[in-house]
Write a protein that binds this ligand. Structure first.
Ligand code: C2O
Ligand code: CU
Length: 508
């Protein structure tokens, strides 16, 4: 390890008790996420069209696998009207290209680091061998000299300039995503653009009559802030991302942007036919939660959820609104035949007011025949029997002043194993929070057994991220399958993650 004493003091505001979240008494001593405001005028909503994310082409294929290559490099995006925005991107684009995978076909992804900082790639939701999972200290160093990372980890697999990540795709069809996972600097690197979709398909799903083709659309939602020239701004202590990690204490609860982007465009609009559409929704924000709703709603439950983090649900679940925390995915069908051609339907965010209270708009512009449907049941989903769990463990996620964000009162340390589950075993993990935290486990998918009482409305299916509200407790049932090795679990509020709310488990 470790975090230096200086890091701790900075997060906690030093010895002087001038914690801003204590001073503004209503926060009751809890550091909350807050907006880092743009210095550019906010763009007008519903002017930009929704970008449809391009699919990455393989650089080679054989009978059982596909090879892909991407350079992770600086690029330029057109996000605000008339301005250009320097970003860091996979192939220089933000969001990154979509990787389309098929169950049973291996992917090998060669990433070349052309940024001035180390990178790490993690396939979120992937059941991946440890050496390809993107452990935070498994850095891909940049060209040239770079100061040694302050966290020493003897098991780190550090390489220079490029790494081949192998994804087996021996898992169910699901909406996964890839993003940076560099130790201590994940939050600012994802903010600069390092995130993209990875869509895994299988035969079973392909046989269903769900909307497809141009009626299946991936939506990556995130919030960002900009300066007057159009550059992304973020309150890093070291804007070069070389030396000191983290953000000043007033942003330690999480950094929010004031511009809502979908697929990289601010408050875009999409023209749709009056048919069903399937949307794979990802919240790729660092710290912002959304409650998505439609206006007008046209019926009590306009969202028909067909899938979650880990793929299709056993049966569709209808929702009036969707609460989505960082890193969660919701696969939903919206039926625009409920609207007259000519309608404008706004996707709202009921979790915020003003500009951040809207996300995008659907304009129903044409009539079309709809051959799709949402069958009930959708697919067979089998969960293990919780009464046969091999172990129960308790993890408490809380803010502890000088130690920052902790798990069981301890800040992250790559040398400390917080659990050693056996390969093939199933465990119950009891998760407790002081404050809201979207909690994520690498390698596995889990079933939510209880979530401050019964499973919540958004807990159906296999999950890899669970959003716990302040003071909540959840029991999750976790089968440890796939690989032996060391993996992390952590809060996916990326500022909490960077500021130590991460632990290790080693599958043995
Ligand atoms: Cu999406 Cu460990 O991350
Ligand atoms: Cu958290």
């Amino acid at each position: 390890m470790k975090y230096t004493r200086r890091d701790m003091l900075r997060w906690a505001g030093g010895a002087a008790l001038t914690l801003p979240w204590v001073e503004s008494g209503c926060l009751r001593g809890r550091p909350l996420a807050r907006i880092f405001p743009s210095r550019a005028p906010l763009p007008e909503a519903f002017k930009a069209s929704l970008p449809i994310l391009p699919v990455l082409k393989p650089s080679g294929s054989d009978a059982v696998s596909d090879c892909y290559e991407m350079a992770v490099r600086p690029g330029t995006a057109s996000i605000l009207p008339g301005l250009s925005t320097p970003i860091w991107g996979y192939n220089g684009t933000f969001p990154g290209p979509v990787i389309e995978a098929r169950q049973g076909r291996k992917i090998s992804l060669r990433l070349k680091n052309e940024l001035p900082v180390p990178i790490v790639n993690h396939l979120h939701g992937g059941r991946t061998a440890p050496e390809s999972d993107g452990y935070p200290t498994d850095l891909v160093m940049p060209k040239g000299e770079f100061p040694a990372p302050h966290m020493h980890d003897l098991r780190a697999r550090v390489v220079k300039e490029q790494r081949d990540y192998v994804y087996d795709n021996e898992q169910r069809a699901a909406t996964l995503w890839y993003h940076d996972h560099r130790m201590d600097f994940t939050a600012p690197q994802v903010w600069r653009g390092l995130a993209g979709f990875y869509i895994l398909r299988d035969e079973e799903e392909a046989r269903l009559p769900l909307p497809r083709g141009d009626k299946e659309i991936a939506l990556l939602i995130c919030d960002r802030s900009f300066d007057a020239a159009g550059s992304l701004i973020y309150p890093s202590i070291d804007p070069m991302l070389k030396g000191e990690m983290g953000v000043p204490m007033e942003y330690m609860g999480g950094v929010l942007g004031d511009v809502i982007l979908v697929n990289g465009a601010p408050w875009p609009r999409l023209e749709v036919a009056n048919t069903r559409y399937r949307f794979r929704i990802l919240n790729a924000s660092n710290a912002r939660r959304y409650e998505l709703a439609l206006d007008p709603a046209a019926g009590a439950s306009p969202f028909v959820q067909i899938g979650s983090d880990g793929g299709l649900l056993a049966a569709p679940v209808a929702h009036r609104s969707l609460q989505i925390a960082p890193a969660e995915r919701f696969d939903v069908v919206i039926d625009f035949s409920r609207y007259r051609v000519g309608s404008q339907v706004t996707l709202l965010n009921k979790a915020a007011d003003g500009s951040q209270g809207r996300v995008m708009r659907f304009d129903v512009v044409r009539q079309e025949r709809d051959e799709s449907s949402v069958p009930t049941p959708l697919i067979r989903v089998g969960f293990p029997d919780p009464s046969r769990a091999d172990a129960t463990r308790v993890f408490n996620f809380s803010f502890r002043g000088h130690d920052g964000w902790t798990i069981n009162r301890k800040p992250f340390d790559p040398d400390r194993m917080d659990a050693r589950p056996k390969l093939g075993s199933t465990e119950i993990w009891r998760l407790e929070t002081d404050f809201s935290h979207p909690l994520h486990l690498h390698l596995v998918h889990f079933q939510v057994l209880s979530h401050s009482g019964r499973p919540g409305p958004y807990d159906a299916g296999w999950k890899d991220t669970i959003d716990l509200g302040a003071g909540q407790v959840a029991n999750i049932l976790v089968p440890f399958a796939g690989y032996r090795g060391r993996y992390v679990f952590h809060c996916h509020n990326l500022e909490h993650e960077d500021m130590a709310m991460m632990g290790n488990f080693e599958v043995v």
